[in-house]
Design a protein around this ligand. Structure first.
Ligand SMILES: O=C(O)c1cc(=O)[nH]c(=O)n1[C@@H]1O[C@H](COP(=O)(O)O)[C@@H](O)[C@H]1O
Length: 280
């Protein structure tokens, strides 16, 4: 199945554009899990409970590699074990933000699309568009390219104006749209919900690009502003929230219920956006 078809099915199956971010921070795990002494096993158990609590309410999961790498060698086993646990009909995005010369990029592509066999990976385009090429051969896969990030530092580089008057974010979107024409792999863009106002002129240059949108929840992005900015966008967006879902209930003995409720709340807030992509 090609990526765009799987993405649409995943969104339609739960009527949800929620992507649950799996960012397991040992300092923030529910207190009751401290009885599991081994940190990697604790994370493994926690994330599987999170997946059970949220699978009815989301379309995708985004494990962020940094949190797994911080666990050392066991982190990779935990990453694999969590990937295996995610239901097959969900989109899995490895949040790795890779980007390197082609001989190295070929190995990143092999790592994520063959060894770990995830659906998509996040990539950093700073080293140039040819570094994306090794990821672009397989229609079942997708890349999400950092285009307008949610953090304040987006102002430092991505929102700088080029001599042409456009921002670097707009330039990236235009170039990705051109690159898509020669490749079967879906080229997605990462755009931050915290930049809802600035993102419309960026994504308007590549309306067929699946979007990964972090920045709602703890980073404060507005869903109503986002909804407005996505009005003309034709490809399916996924809206990621990590901390405000997975740590929703840590002070409560019934933390899994709070996690489920938080994912459901986001799904409901996103309903006006999701409705545009589940028709037809
Ligand atoms: O690529 C990303 O996912 C990403 C891009 C971006 O611009 N901003 C951003 O926050 N992220 C990631 O999205 C997640 C946001 O986490 P929360 O703020 O807890 O929802 C983290 O895993 C970030 O690394």
């Amino acid at each position: 199945m090609d990526f765009r078809t799987k993405l649409k099915k995943a969104v339609r199956s739960n009527n949800s554009t929620v992507c649950v971010g799996l960012d397991p921070n040992l300092q923030l795990l529910p207190a009751e899990l401290t009885k599991i002494k081994d940190p990697a096993k604790r994370v493994d158990h926690f994330l599987k409970q999170v997946i059970d609590a949220t699978r009815q309410h989301c379309a995708a999961y985004k494990p962020n590699l940094g949190f797994f790498e911080a666990l050392g060698a066991d982190g990779w086993d935990t990453f694999e074990s969590v990937l295996d646990y995610i239901p097959d009909d969900k989109i899995i995005i490895a949040d790795a933000k890779r980007g390197d010369i082609s001989s190295t990029a070929e190995h990143y592509a092999k790592a994520f699309f063959e060894t770990h066999d995830v659906d998509a990976v996040t990539l950093n385009p700073l080293m140039g568009f040819e570094t994306l090429e090794p990821f672009l051969g397989n229609p079942a896969k997708s890349i999400y390219v950092l285009t307008l990030t949610s953090n304040p530092g987006a102002q430092d580089i991505l929102l700088q104006q080029l001599d042409s008057g456009e921002t670097l974010s707009t330039f990236i979107a235009k170039r990705l749209q051109k690159q898509q024409q020669d490749h079967p792999t879906a080229i997605g863009m990462v755009v931050g919900a915290t930049k809802a106002k600035e993102l419309e002129p960026v994504i308007s240059h590549f309306t067929e690009s699946p979007l990964l949108i972090p920045g709602v929840g703890k980073q404060g992005g507005s869903v109503s502003e986002l909804s407005e900015s996505l009005k003309e966008h034709t490809a399916v967006p996924l809206v990621n929230s990590s901390r405000s879902i997975i740590y929703a209930g840590n002070d409560s003995p019934d933390w899994k219920q709070a996690v489920a409720q938080s994912a459901l709340d986001l799904k409901e807030r996103l309903a006006p956006i999701t409705a545009r992509y589940v028709k037809g």
